[in-house]
Design a protein around this ligand. Structure first.
Ligand SMILES: Nc1ncnc2c1ncn2[C@@H]1O[C@H](COP(=O)(O)OP(=O)(O)OP(=O)(O)O)[C@@H](O)[C@H]1O
Ligand SMILES: [Mg+2]
Length: 258
């Protein structure tokens, strides 16, 4: 069966003042895959996500998502097109409850928007009830239902990461971008995270992940792209990347310079 290309990034370039943060990065992702981007600190990984989600405009190159050119579109357009992300440093609404955090994701995709998610207003009640039911289903599916009414700030770290991912899923997006989901996790939490990411794939989502934890990357990726100093240096299967000399050199260089 031929796989459907979901995302095609071609030759993207981006500089910030004098720094060439991305210099010709390309990437292809098929529907249903888990693909990882790795590389030393400052390689340009998060910049790829910022460009993909419309936070930054690119200087050159193109991005095609489900057949539509999306480069340089506004962030809200990109969410509605079906791409949602998490952040390297968790960004939750700490003073809101778990379910409310999920509802904010859901409301990005309705005509009523963000504020009606917070300031409940009778007029929007019907739509809200439907969204609330969906949010509860989602929390059940990812095993966070028992935390529904807790404040986000009270959740243990691993569950906060899960909640941030749940908020992405609630937007209705089918491509989920995870920026270092295992950062700060202990081995038990990152093992659970791996299972969780595999589970969301079975729920019909496609995952593009930036990650430094090599056990996570090597265990769950279908394909890995490596960038260093903004340049693509390799891509392939986990077992190919693990023995690639350019990749090893890039990481050893990082250690030597640290
Ligand atoms: N808004 C910005 N203004 C100026 N420089 C930036 C900006 N965003 C990123 N950069 C620079 O671009 C380069 C790539 O940064 P990026 O955050 O993409 O790296 P990364 O691979 O995600 O690193 P890390 O693993 O540490 O998260 C760095 O040199 C960084 O300082
Ligand atoms: Mg980063």
């Amino acid at each position: 069966m031929k796989k459907e290309v979901m995302l095609k990034i071609e030759g993207i370039k981006k500089s910030f003042g004098g720094i060439l943060a991305l210099d010709g990065v390309s990437l292809e992702l098929n529907e249903g895959e888990i693909v990882s981007i790795i590389g030393p600190n400052g390689a340009g990984k998060t910049t790829v996500f910022n460009i993909l989600t419309g936070v930054y405009t690119l200087d050159e190159g193109s991005i095609i998502f489900k057949g539509e050119e999306i480069q340089n579109k506004a962030p809200i357009h990109i969410v509605k097109a079906g791409i949602s992300r998490t952040f390297q440093n968790i960004r939750l609404f700490n003073d809101l409850r778990v379910i409310e955090n999920v509802l904010i994701g859901a409301h990005l995709n309705t005509k009523y928007g963000f504020f009606s998610a917070i300031f409940r207003n009778g007029k929007f009640k019907e739509e809200e009830d439907r969204e609330a039911l969906r949010a509860i289903e989602l929390l059940k599916a990812i095993g966070l239902d028992h935390r529904r009414d807790e404040y986000a700030s009270n959740l243990p770290y691993g569950e906060q990461r899960k909640l941030e991912i749940a908020r992405c899923l609630a937007t209705g997006a089918k491509l989920i971008l995870l920026d270092e989901p295992a950062a700060g996790m202990n081995p038990k939490e990152s093992a659970e995270l791996m299972e969780f990411i595999k589970k969301i794939r079975t729920m019909g989502y496609t995952v593009l992940m930036i990650e430094h934890d090599m056990s996570v990357v090597m265990n769950i990726s279908d394909k890995i792209y490596v960038i260093d100093h903004g340049k693509p240096i390799a891509n392939g299967l986990p077992e190919e990347i693990a023995v690639n000399e350019d990749v090893i050199k890039a990481y050893l260089g990082g250690v030597a310079n640290a």
